[in-house]
Design a protein around this ligand. Sequence first.
Ligand code: ADP
Ligand code: ADP
Length: 225
Amino acid sequence: MASVSLESIKRKFNNVTAIEDITFNIPDGEFWVLVGPSGCGKSTILRTIAGLETATSGKLYIGDKLMNNVPARQRDVAMVFQNYALYPHMTVAENIAFGLRMRKVEPKVVQERVMMVARSLALEHLLERKPKQLSGGQQQRVALGRAIARQPQVFLLDEPLSNLDAQLRDDTRAELKELHHNLGITTVYVTHDQVEAMTLADQIVVLNRGRIQQIGEPQEIYAKP
Ligand code: ADP
Ligand code: ADP
């Protein structure tokens, strides 16, 4: 677990400024949600934290470490996208274990971690299946499980529920909340969905045209006028 701090982060693509003057500090273990219209810069912020984009200027800290020049693979950050990509030839258990095996974690620890993740995401009965034998919601739960299995310091989620139908979205949202409650990993979550923002967020960052418009708790952001 670690805090995530952005100080005046800016990212330009040629002459287009995608984000500008982005400053916020997420304390250890909190769940923050980025909202705003399409193209306002949500993904660019997430990708900058992950190290998939380089800031044009400004500073990014994870914990007290300056991360600007740290490559993505050396950041202790896990990211889940809208289009979960599981390894089709591997079982659910192997998919969840993959990142740990790559990091040469002891087999006994891998096994324990896979069981812990499977329990918290209701995947225990599916561990021997291949991805194509799962529903969309189950596949997305495996993608979440694979990301959290290695217990990253920071968890980044880019509209992880938007490809699910309404019922599955509700269920998976509740599971995500439970998971965060249990593990307390510092999380940055991008969504268009007000219900997701309301139910999941400690703090909401409202973006517009690449700038922060407001930061506040859900009841402040969505207060009736
Ligand atoms: P959001 O996730 O809120 O939809 P993005 O972060 O994807 O917004 O995009 C913010 C702005 O930056 C948009 O104007 C988008 O077109 C632009 N942008 C994002 N990525 C690139 C890129 N690789 N090249 C050029 N422009 C980009
Ligand atoms: P979102 O669904 O979050 O709005 P987009 O579909 O806008 O995401 O962007 C998906 C990918 O395309 C991202 O990696 C982003 O950096 C890139 N991208 C977005 N806008 C542009 C653009 N104008 N030119 C080049 N790449 C872009």
